[in-house]
Each structure stands twice: as structure tokens, then as C-alpha cells.
Ligand binder design. Structure first.
Ligand code: F3S
Length: 106
């Protein structure tokens, strides 16, 4: 299973959804998540993310383990997304900023 991690918050480029063969992305106000029960581990989304926010759950960077639960939880609550929509105008400014978890809108 692949996991969307912290750097997606407020970047939300959405290039990932365009390549997912099983449409397993779900959309919140400023973040996307992957449904772990639907992800087939194809790995296509990982290199597409301009924010490098997607990792295999086996290769999560230190401190990002909390996002396993966040993806599992929020993918049950948020609507499915299958096509790229409007990107945040200030996404480049937020790319790489630390400590964005507190900014996650649920
Ligand atoms: Fe987020 Fe990267 Fe997708 S920033 S919306 S995981 S392309």
C-alpha cells in the first residue's frame, strides 16, 4: 500500500489521481489520501507527485508513520477523486514547508 504524507498538505497537486488505475484517491479540503484497501501497489503515483509526498508504507520517512492511519481513516470519510481539479494557487510556496500536519483540514 502507498501512503500520502505530510508534504501534500496545502500543495495538493493531484497529478497522482490521473495515473491511478484503480481510482483509490480521496479528496479533502487541502490534502488527498489513498484508500489502503483499494491500492494495488502499482507504484505509478509515487513518481508523479511534484511534492514527493507519496511513499510505500514500508519506506515511509521517519515521522510520517502517523499518515498510515490518517489515509485509512480519511479515505472512509472523503469523496473519491479521479481527475485533476483546481490546484491551490500557492502550492509552490508550501512545497517543502515543515510541520504542516497541524494545517490539515479534515
Ligand atoms: Fe498530493 Fe502529490 Fe497527489 S501533492 S495531491 S500526493 S500529486
Amino acid at each position: 500500500t502507498f501512503v500520502v504524507t505530510e508534504n501534500c498538505i496545502k500543495c495538493k497537486y493531484q497529478d497522482c489521481v490521473e495515473v491511478c488505475p484503480v481510482d483509490c484517491f480521496y479528496e479533502g479540503p487541502n490534502f488527498l489520501v489513498i484508500n489502503p484497501d483499494e491500492c494495488i501497489d502499482c507504484a505509478l503515483c509515487e513518481p508523479e507527485c511534484p511534492a514527493n509526498a507519496i511513499f510505500s508504507e514500508d519506506e515511509l520517512p521517519a515521522g510520517q508513520e502517523v499518515f498510515i492511519e490518517i489515509n485509512a481513516d480519511l479515505s472512509q470519510k472523503w469523496p473519491n477523486i479521479t481527475q485533476i481539479g483546481e490546484q491551490p494557487a500557492d502550492r509552490e510556496e508550501w512545497n517543502g514547508k515543515p510541520d504542516k500536519l497541524k494545517l490539515l483540514e479534515r
